[in-house]
Design a protein around this ligand. Structure first.
Ligand SMILES: NC(=O)c1ccc[n+]([C@@H]2O[C@H](COP(=O)([O-])OP(=O)(O)OC[C@H]3O[C@@H](n4cnc5c(N)ncnc54)[C@H](OP(=O)(O)O)[C@@H]3O)[C@@H](O)[C@H]2O)c1
Length: 313
């Protein structure tokens, strides 16, 4: 790291979340320090956001604050998903421009790709068709965030980059069944099944959809790599490189957790997209690849879950 990089003022918006906390850990491992608010700021509020930027004066911003959830939360709270995310990202991106932030990294998601786009999704498939309905409000807000970064770069000469991660998992994930993603939801159910000695654990859907899972510390490593090595308005995918079925992930977690019961797949519950694999060759071509295999990532996640179960809601 160059000497002047040590002096960078880095603000990780969403530092308490799964991605934000992993980025903070990664920055600290590499000798960077972060600046953060003394108390929680509501980034949906423009004045609070502007005041925060006046106080922190960040050089770099990682925009990992968002309303995030699985299929149930997306279908139950569509208005909150589009409102909260549109407000948070508009305020943070605009404040970054006004306060002359040198570089911003915006966290998008693989759900911005059209449901019928060819698999694996390449960056050029962005905006080539209709979205999956179950998380359309969330995806539309993420698409607006990407276009906002690109527009600010074009009009104001900013350096705001947008990355599209695969499904993430790891420490500080949400394991609450009302708003968790598929992997933490399955882990939680299997753990409860083991704890209560249940003969059967219910998994939503058919178990056949395929998902690509990236350990969150790998994602954080990619974020830091891209802050140092990527300066384009074009979106860039960050994936693990391969995918598994929901059934396969359930059996892997069952093995890691040591659960001996069976699964019951509830086909009355929605599956979501059949497949969501990213083509991450743009990223691998510039020199980054993941290092945590799925089995290892699941072991680390379950270990973290057991150590932190007392504070998990
Ligand atoms: N999780 C995934 O699988 C995944 C996959 C692809 C992309 N991403 C993207 O990665 C980013 C982070 O996701 P995550 O999984 O880390 O989510 P998370 O664990 O739910 O963390 C979200 C963070 O945003 C903060 N936040 C939410 N509303 C806020 C508000 N109004 N004002 C200030 N802070 C607010 C939360 O703080 P409080 O706890 O204080 O509310 C928390 O720190 C999101 O942009 C998401 O789209 C995630």
């Amino acid at each position: 790291m160059e000497a002047n990089q040590r002096d960078l003022r880095i603000y990780v918006a969403g530092h308490t979340g799964m991605v934000g906390s992993a980025i903070c850990r990664k920055l600290s491992q590499h000798g960077y320090s972060t600046v953060r608010p003394n108390s929680r700021v509501d980034l949906r509020d423009q004045k609070q956001t502007m005041d925060l930027f006046s106080q922190l004066k960040p050089d770099w911003v990682f925009l990992a604050a968002a309303k995030v959830g699985g299929i149930y939360a997306n279908m139950t709270y569509p208005a909150e998903f589009i409102y909260d995310n549109s407000m948070i990202q508009s305020n943070v991106i605009h404040a970054s421009y006004v306060h002359k932030v040198k570089k911003l990294l915006f966290l998008g998601s693989s759900c911005i790709y059209p449901k019928d786009a060819p698999q694996p999704f390449k960056e050029e498939h962005f905006l080539c068709g209709y979205l999956e309905k179950s998380n359309e409000p969330y995806a539309v807000s993420k698409i607006a965030g990407i276009i906002m970064c690109q527009s600010y770069n074009r009009q104001y000469g900013t350096n705001f980059i947008s990355i599209m991660p695969a499904n993430l998992y790891g420490p500080e994930d949400r394991f609450n069944l009302a708003n968790s993603h598929v992997l933490p939801a399955i882990l939680r159910k299997i753990h409860e099944g083991k704890r209560t000695g249940a003969e059967e654990v219910e998994i939503w859907g058919t178990g056949t959809p395929r998902r690509e899972f990236l350990y969150v510390d790998d994602l954080a490593d990619a974020c830091l790599f891209l802050m140092n090595n990527y300066n384009s308005s074009e979106i860039i995918n960050v994936g693990a490189g391969d995918d598994v079925t929901i059934k396969e992930i359930a059996y892997l977690i069952k093995d890691v957790a040591g659960y001996e019961g069976q699964f019951k797949f509830n086909v009355d519950m929605p599956d979501g997209m059949a497949r969501k694999l990213l083509d991450s060759s743009r990223l691998t071509n510039i020199g980054w690849k993941p290092s945590v295999p799925l089995r290892k990532g699941l072991e680390l996640t379950y270990k973290w879950f057991l150590e932190n179960e007392w504070r998990i809601k």
